[in-house]
Design a protein around this ligand. Structure first.
Ligand code: PEP
Ligand code: MG
Length: 569
């Protein structure tokens, strides 16, 4: 039995599909040209089959533009100059197919990378992708690709990137387990919003579990059982039914208000990563969407930044489906652990402290302006609020807002329909912003506290780094004081303060946050009803002194003990 961190609750039983990209060592050798030509042609054929299969499987999930990437890959692998180039080298130089492929693709990559046009520069990534797939086939090690999955499986991997996670097909992927990762990594966050059971940080996973093994993935208690006995399987099936039954019973709260026993109202909203997640937000009766992480639209696109219309359609569909419920869309928060296939970020020593999110957008104004135009147009279709991520200074906020107003004015002149006004909020996830919350609140319409980042910056402990996970303390007094400062700063100017980091759904945090006056709790869809149940069982008048008491304690351990004591009463 292996232990891990439940990143997305659920229980799954099934066959393992191990995703382990092979490590290739290409050695240039002299070889018989006829044999090498045959090997090259066979591997090319297999590569074409892979790409066609991915295209077929993904056709109903991807936009025409996204599907075009696979056309591009097919063009590349069949491209006469590529094929002839490799075959000529094999014939003339008598070297193995691997070395010939590497030589030709290396030249193509260099040519693309040195072109002036960004479109062509981005094609270098396509050549790298196709070549790696081809080299894997030459090594008789088909590239295990999550996009190729077409039967029910549980994925087991060292790690999955957020964009791999975003491309998982919920029809086939019953769940996943990874050796690396933590609860607030973006892979975990994606799994929660897609409602795929997931276990992360499972030590020794890759050494213990084999491809094809039968496993029980219990992402409720955090265990993975390989090759379960008949008794274990039977016991799990009873337990899984009970767990599902309990979750089902929460559905009676779908239409109920998010209100404490003594009549204090809050909002419990949902976090989404894609328009597809809106269905589960509605199914779980959330009061609105408190965070739409728009960057996942950018990460799913494989060919380039999504254009204005693609974004407009995505935002509009969410706003329309949510009808009169408020939808907070966060502008592009890229960088750190969130990368784009088509854009190479400059190498940075500390990417989490680097040019990510709004910093990146202010340095790439065209990207920001395109998103703003899409959002302004979408505002005509529902109750939109816009949230700026990673704001550290009032200057950044003012500049971003100025750009917003410029784009708004241009669209107004062109008589494009839009809402009369749109709330603009600030994410409080950098300590500097928490400290000047009262000043930011004079200019921003609302706040949303991003504790996933705020904790890592307050504690100087990278949220994706296992070695400092012990310092990543949500209940550390320093973090709690930052939260209190933010709420007080917002309320001083009559602004609403939300929280959209993972802490907002933590059963132990909820009473304290309530007592501190938090107005809105935003979380993955699967947590909404449980949080509503808890809020409805609490007395606001009791949580205020609890919060006050907790604020006087000097360690996370003491804080947790104090909250637990209160909850047992
Ligand atoms: C956060 O930092 O708390 C947050 C909600 O944003 P993300 O997890 O996407 O960084
Ligand atoms: Mg964040």
């Amino acid at each position: 039995m292996l232990k891990g961190i439940p990143a997305s609750q659920g229980i799954a039983v099934g066959k393992v599909r191990k995703i382990e990209p092979p490590v290739l060592r290409i050695i240039r050798t002299t070889a018989d040209p006829d044999t090498e030509l045959q090997r090259f042609r066979k591997a090319s054929g297999e590569t074409v089959n892979d790409i066609e299969k991915i295209r077929r499987l993904a056709s109903d999930r991807l936009s025409p533009k996204e599907l075009a990437i696979f056309e591009m890959h097919l063009l590349l692998i069949r491209d006469a100059s590529f094929v002839n180039g490799v075959e000529d080298i094999i014939r003339n130089e008598h070297i193995n197919a691997e070395a010939a492929v590497q030589e030709v693709s290396g030249r193509m990559i260099h040519e693309f990378e040195t072109m002036d046009d960004t479109y062509f520069q981005e094609r270098a990534a396509d050549v790298k992708d196709v070549t790696f797939r081809l080299l894997c086939h030459l090594a008789d090690r088909a590239l295990p690709d999550v996009k190729l999955i077409d039967e029910p499986v549980i994925i087991v991997a060292k790690d999955l990137s957020p964009s791999d996670t975003g491309s998982l097909d919920r029809r086939f992927v019953l769940g996943f387990a990874t050796e690396l990762g933590g609860r607030t990594s973006h892979t975990a966050i994606m799994a929660r919003s897609m409602e795929i059971p997931a276990l992360v940080g499972v030590k020794d996973l890759m050494n213990t579990v084999k491809d094809g093994d039968q496993v029980i993935l219990d992402a409720v208690t955090g265990t993975l059982i390989a090759d379960p006995s008949a008794e274990q399987s039977a016991a799990y099936s009873v337990y899984a039914d009970a767990w599902r039954g309990e979750r089902e019973s929460l559905k009676v709260l779908k239409q109920e208000e998010s209100v404490t026993r003594d009549g204090h109202h809050v909002e419990i909203c949902g976090n989404i990563g894609s328009p597809d997640d809106t269905g589960s937000i509605i199914a779980n009766g959330a009061d609105g969407i408190g965070l739409f992480r728009s960057e996942f639209l950018y990460m799913r696109n494989e060919t380039g930044f999504p254009d204005e219309n693609t974004q407009y359609e995505a935002y509009r569909s969410v706003l329309e489906r949510m009808e009169d419920r408020r939808v907070v869309i966060r502008t592009l928060d890229i960088g750190g652990d969130k990368q784009l296939a088509y854009h190479s970020f400059e190498r940075e020593m500390n990417p989490f402290l680097g040019a990510r999110a709004m910093r990146f957008c202010l340095a790439h104004e065209d990207v920001l302006r395109t998103q703003f135009r899409a959002l302004i147009r979408a505002s005509a279709h529902g109750k939109l609020a816009v949230l700026f991520p990673m704001i550290a200074t009032t200057t950044e906020f003012r500049r971003a807002k100025e750009i917003w107003l410029e784009e708004r004015e241009k669209l107004k002149q062109a008589e494009i329909p839009m809402a009369d006004s749109t709330e603009i909020g600030v994410m409080i996830e950098i300590p500097a912003a928490a400290v000047i919350a009262d000043q930011l609140a004079e200019e921003a319409d609302f706040f949303s506290i991003g504790t996933n980042d705020l904790i890592q910056y307050v504690m100087a402990a990278d949220r994706t780094n296992d070695k400092v996970a012990y310092l990543y303390e949500p209940f550390n007094p320093a973090v709690l004081r930052m939260i209190r400062m933010t709420i007080e700063g917002a309320h001083k100017h009559g602004r609403r303060c939300a929280m959209c980091g993972e802490m907002a759904s933590d059963e132990l945090a909820i009473p304290v946050l309530l007592g501190l006056g938090l107005d809105e709790f935003s979380m993955s869809a699967g947590s909404v009803l449980q949080a509503r149940k808890q809020i409805r069982s609490l007395d606001y008048s009791e949580t205020v002194p609890l919060a006050r008491k907790v604020m006087e304690l000097s360690s996370q351990e003491e804080v947790i003990a104090c909250i637990k004591e209160y909850m047992l009463k």
